[in-house]
Design a protein around this ligand. Sequence first.
Ligand SMILES: Cc1cc2nc3c(=O)[nH]c(=O)nc-3n(C[C@H](O)[C@H](O)[C@H](O)COP(=O)(O)OP(=O)(O)OC[C@H]3O[C@@H](n4cnc5c(N)ncnc54)[C@H](O)[C@@H]3O)c2cc1C
Length: 428
Amino acid sequence: MTRYTLRAAGRATLPAVPTSPHTDALVIGGGPAALALGAELGRQDLTVRVVAPHPPRAFPATYGAWWADLPPWAQACAAQVWSDVRVYTGPQPTPLLRPYALLDNAALLRAMQARGGALLWTAGQVRAAEQTPAGWQVAGQGGETWTARVVIDASGHQPALRPAQHPGGAALQTAYGVTARFDRPPSAPGAVVWMDYRTPHGQHPEPTFLYAMHLGGDRYFVEETSLVARPAPTRAWLRSRLHARLAAQGTPAREVLAEEWVAFPMNAAVPPPAGPLAYGAAAGMVHPISGFQVAGALQDAPGVAAAVAGALRAGTDPAAAGWAALWPPERRAARSTHLLGVQALLNLPPGALPTFFGTFFALPPAQWQAFLDPHTPAGPLARTMLRLFAQFPNLVRLPLARAALAHPATSLESLAAALKAEPSVTPA
Ligand SMILES: Cc1cc2nc3c(=O)[nH]c(=O)nc-3n(C[C@H](O)[C@H](O)[C@H](O)COP(=O)(O)OP(=O)(O)OC[C@H]3O[C@@H](n4cnc5c(N)ncnc54)[C@H](O)[C@@H]3O)c2cc1C
């Protein structure tokens, strides 16, 4: 018997006899990943219990996604879609020519609930789960016990059942943002500014960029963002940087309507195949270079749910089948290559990130888009990295070389993948 518990709950003892109704699947969490997979399991005619500390509620974060990465039913949940999407890695904007969407989280929740049919939502907090020959027994903080044939841990960046692994320590993306009214536009009207590395508020060794969306009229969402850092800048520092930027531009906020604080690890390793099936941020599905995860969780859910349901019908291990569907060998290799990319970004000297992204976005769009797609295999990824490497100035190239040399096994695997497979994206 294998038992998984919250780190602080090692003393938990589970009653031998279940005292509550049984479902085929128990999903831990009420975030987008939990709902996405829960809904698809429901569509597979499985009974699904969702356990979350809160009632169903619109997800609290501001979620953006590339429009084309969203499944069609989720495209219908966009609050807004922009075709003017740009980055500034120098004085002039680079148009990205790729529509970008802001999700309407309430609509997304409703759509997932409708897709899943009767998801059984239980308010509670899971503290432990134990696998027995008959299935899973799951314990709640309030003394509840549930049973299920498969347990999905979609409880976010600090997984409920099994701590995530972060090679070299967690490298965080942090950001502080506001939705506010402005007398003068703080960013290009009618546009999403995906990254603005200009520094009207003065150079600082800690590189941050502005992420901004024009929400219509005088409303904008503006966020000062540290892409990835270890240790990461604090909320107070990012807040002061944002307001310093707005002041330096001559565009202070007139009225702040909402604040947002972002902090999550970018470098979680692929979880092991045994045990509960981790999904979403709990499974390290956050893209290590962009920090995006939501669209990927929506995309992957049908395939993972089909694998889980198929295994349940066949009498084989549903969690192992779900894991294999989510993490085929190519994707695991790609993840290692991406983690190498995180290490490379962490190694860059202050001020080199704009140069890095200037070169990155000068690549043919198919290549940078493939690099940001979590489903791109290791071969094309590594070829893009080699191409970037060739084009970078020494300021960027040398730290990247150091990152590659520090992880020789992954680097050699990536290189082998790059040299082996046929290009699947059009070279320039
Ligand atoms: C502010 C912010 C903005 C972000 N913006 C974007 C973006 O624009 N685009 C993008 O793709 N990604 C974005 N991300 C990254 C990532 O996609 C999000 O963190 C996303 O919310 C992760 O989804 P999730 O469902 O895996 O986890 P979460 O959304 O964190 O949901 C976890 C759920 O599990 C519940 N839970 C936790 N512990 C337990 C327990 N023991 N028992 C039961 N339930 C539990 C929580 O209450 C919550 O309901 C953002 C992250 C943050 C923090």
